[in-house]
Design a protein around this ligand. Structure first.
Ligand SMILES: Cc1ncc(COP(=O)(O)OP(=O)(O)O)c(N)n1
Ligand SMILES: Cc1nc(C(=O)O)sc1CCOP(=O)(O)O
Ligand SMILES: [Mg+2]
Length: 309
C-alpha cells in the first residue's frame, strides 16, 4: 500500500506501474518540476508523469487528475491510470448530450484522407474513402474559395464526408459537411465564431497533441477529436514529440464518447497497432498521396479497417 502522505512513494509507485508501457526516462527525473499544490498525490504524480516523458502542461493536467481520482474513489491506486473525464475537469460525458455540442459525426470515421487540393478530394471520394479533408494551405483568398467550392462539388454523390481544414468561413458558405481546426485555429476564434460554425450545422473536428489539448478541445464539445502525431511525420514540423501507441491508447480510453482519429506517420505496417488502440479512424496524407496506386491502397486500408472494427 502506497503511503498517501509521501509524494516520493506515490511517484515511485506510478513509475513502477506504468514505466514499461510509457517508457520511464530515469529515476533521477523523479525530483524535477514546479508544483501548484503541496498535496502529496498531486506532487508525486507530477514527478512521475514528468519522469514518464510527459511535457509540463500534460504532467500538470495528469497530476491534478490523479489527485481528483484519489479524492473521488477515496484511495490512491497506482495501477489506475486516470481515464475519467470529470477527473480532468471536463464536463460529464457523453458530450453529445450537452446543449452546446456540435452536430455528431459517425462514431467510426474510418479511413480519413487529408488531401492538398480539390482534385485529390474528388479522386479519393470516388475511390470510396468515407472521410476526406481539404487541407489547402494558401493565403490567396480567391484561390481558397475556388478550391473549397470545387471540393464540395467533387464529393457530391460519392457519400464521402468532407471536412475543410482551417477555412471555416468559406466552408460554411460552400455547405461543407464539417471543419477541422487545430489548437491555434481554435485560439484565434471568439466564442461567437465557434457558435457560428455550430449554428450553421457544420461538424467540427479538433487536433490535439496531449492531455491539456484534449481538455481544451473537449470544452467546445466537437464532433470528433484527432490525436497526433502518433509517429514522426515529415509532412509538417510538429511542436511536440510523437505520442506513440501506448499514449494513444490511454487518450482513446479517456475520450470514449467521442469519435476518435489517429494521425501522423501512419503507414500500412503501423496500421494494425493504431487500430488496436480503439480509435475508429486513421487520418493519412502521404500513405495515399505518395502511393504508387492510391485507389488500390485506399481499398486495402479500408478492408483492414473494416476487419479490425
Ligand atoms: C484529422 C486531422 N488531424 C489533425 C490535423 C492538423 O490540424 P492543425 O493542427 O490545424 O494543422 P494544419 O493541418 O492546419 O497544419 C488535420 N489537419 N487533420
Ligand atoms: C497534418 C498533420 N497533423 C498532424 C497532427 O498531429 O496534428 S500530423 C499531420 C501530418 C500527417 O501526414 P502523414 O500521414 O503524411 O504523416
Ligand atoms: Mg489548422
Amino acid at each position: 500500500m502506497t503511503a498517501l502522505n509521501d509524494h516520493r512513494a506515490v511517484a515511485h509507485a506510478i513509475v513502477a506501474a506504468h514505466g514499461l508501457r510509457f517508457g520511464a526516462i530515469t529515476a533521477a527525473a523523479i525530483s524535477a518540476g514546479s508544483f501548484s499544490s503541496d498535496d502529496p498525490v498531486y506532487r508525486g504524480a507530477k514527478q512521475a508523469c514528468t519522469a514518464l516523458g510527459f511535457i509540463e502542461i500534460d504532467s500538470e493536467c495528469l497530476a491534478q487528475a490523479w489527485q481528483a481520482q484519489t479524492v473521488r474513489t477515496g484511495a490512491f491506486d497506482a495501477d489506475q491510470w486516470p481515464e475519467t473525464p470529470t477527473d480532468f475537469g471536463m464536463r460529464a460525458f457523453p458530450p453529445t448530450e450537452r446543449g452546446d455540442a456540435f452536430a455528431p459525426s459517425p462514431e467510426r470515421l474510418g479511413l480519413y484522407a487529408v488531401l492538398p487540393d480539390a482534385r485529390w478530394v474528388g479522386r479519393m471520394a470516388r475511390a470510396g474513402v468515407p472521410t476526406v479533408q481539404l487541407r489547402f494551405k494558401s493565403d490567396d483568398a480567391a484561390a481558397t474559395e475556388r478550391e473549397v467550392h470545387a471540393a464540395v462539388d467533387a464529393v457530391r454523390g460519392t457519400g464521402a464526408l468532407l471536412f475543410i481544414n482551417d477555412h471555416w468561413h468559406t466552408a460554411i458558405a460552400a455547405g461543407a459537411y464539417g471543419v477541422h481546426l487545430g489548437q491555434e485555429d481554435l485560439d484565434a476564434l471568439a466564442p461567437e465564431q465557434v457558435r457560428q460554425i455550430r449554428d450553421a450545422g457544420l461538424r467540427l473536428g479538433v487536433s490535439t497533441h496531449g492531455y491539456a489539448e484534449m481538455v481544451r478541445a473537449d470544452a467546445v464539445s466537437p464532433s470528433y477529436i484527432a490525436m497526433g502525431a502518433v509517429y514522426p511525420t515529415t509532412l509538417k514540423k510538429m511542436a511536440t514529440a510523437p505520442q506513440g501507441v501506448a499514449r494513444l491508447a490511454a487518450y482513446a480510453r479517456l475520450l470514449r464518447g467521442y469519435p476518435q482519429v489517429g494521425i501522423g506517420g501512419i503507414d500500412a505496417v503501423r496500421l494494425p497497432e493504431v487500430l488496436a488502440t480503439g480509435v475508429g479512424s486513421v487520418a493519412v496524407v502521404r500513405a495515399l498521396v505518395a502511393a504508387e496506386d492510391p485507389e488500390a491502397t485506399a481499398a486495402q486500408w479500408m478492408a483492414s479497417i473494416a476487419a479490425a472494427a
